[in-house]
Design a protein around this ligand. Structure first.
Ligand code: ATP
Length: 144
């Protein structure tokens, strides 16, 4: 597929993590294509994001129709459903996206995502927890 997105990013799953990610990227001036299967979420974010579409991301035909194959990068922000997250990564791999980021909720989930072909695996809850722990401890040390 021809890639002419100029830095556009597909964000799949507009839960708490995905919606913050999509809004930040939009504020940073990036073209964002946001995808969620829940029409209520799509409706909720349609005013804040440029392109929000309702689709089941586990269906590669649906992703293809949306033009996802022309993007350089996608982030799978689905967390709770391991099955939906893995099938979505698989669909993106089959579309040939060169940079697939995927959110994992456990080490086993992460292993599956990597073996299916995700290029970057992230742990938003664990990473935030670690960062806040360091912040708290370093702030406490200031007062000893
Ligand atoms: P968060 O912690 O970010 O709120 P969560 O783990 O509580 O996420 P999830 O169940 O992972 O919630 O769902 C995040 C979003 O992903 C939801 O808005 C949901 O509708 C969407 N989603 C889940 N499965 C699919 C799918 N197959 N296709 C598209 N969107 C999906």
């Amino acid at each position: 597929a021809r890639r002419s997105d100029g830095g556009g990013i597909v964000v799949i799953g507009l839960g708490r993590f995905g919606c913050h990610l999509a809004r930040s990227l939009t504020r940073m001036g990036r073209e964002v294509l946001a995808v969620d299967r829940n029409p209520e979420q799509v409706q909720r974010f349609s005013a804040q994001l440029d392109r929000v579409v309702q689709a089941d991301s586990t269906e590669d035909g649906a992703l293809r129709q949306l033009g996802v194959a022309s993007f350089e990068r996608a982030v799978v922000a689905i967390g709770a459903s391991v099955e939906a997250s893995v099938l979505t990564v698989l669909a993106l791999v089959e579309l040939g996206l060169p940079q697939i980021w995927a959110r994992a909720t456990s080490q086993k989930h992460a292993k599956i995502l990597s073996s299916v072909g995700a290029h970057h695996v992230i742990f938003p809850e664990a990473e935030t927890g670690d960062r806040v722990a360091h912040l708290i401890v370093s702030r406490l040390l200031d007062f000893i």
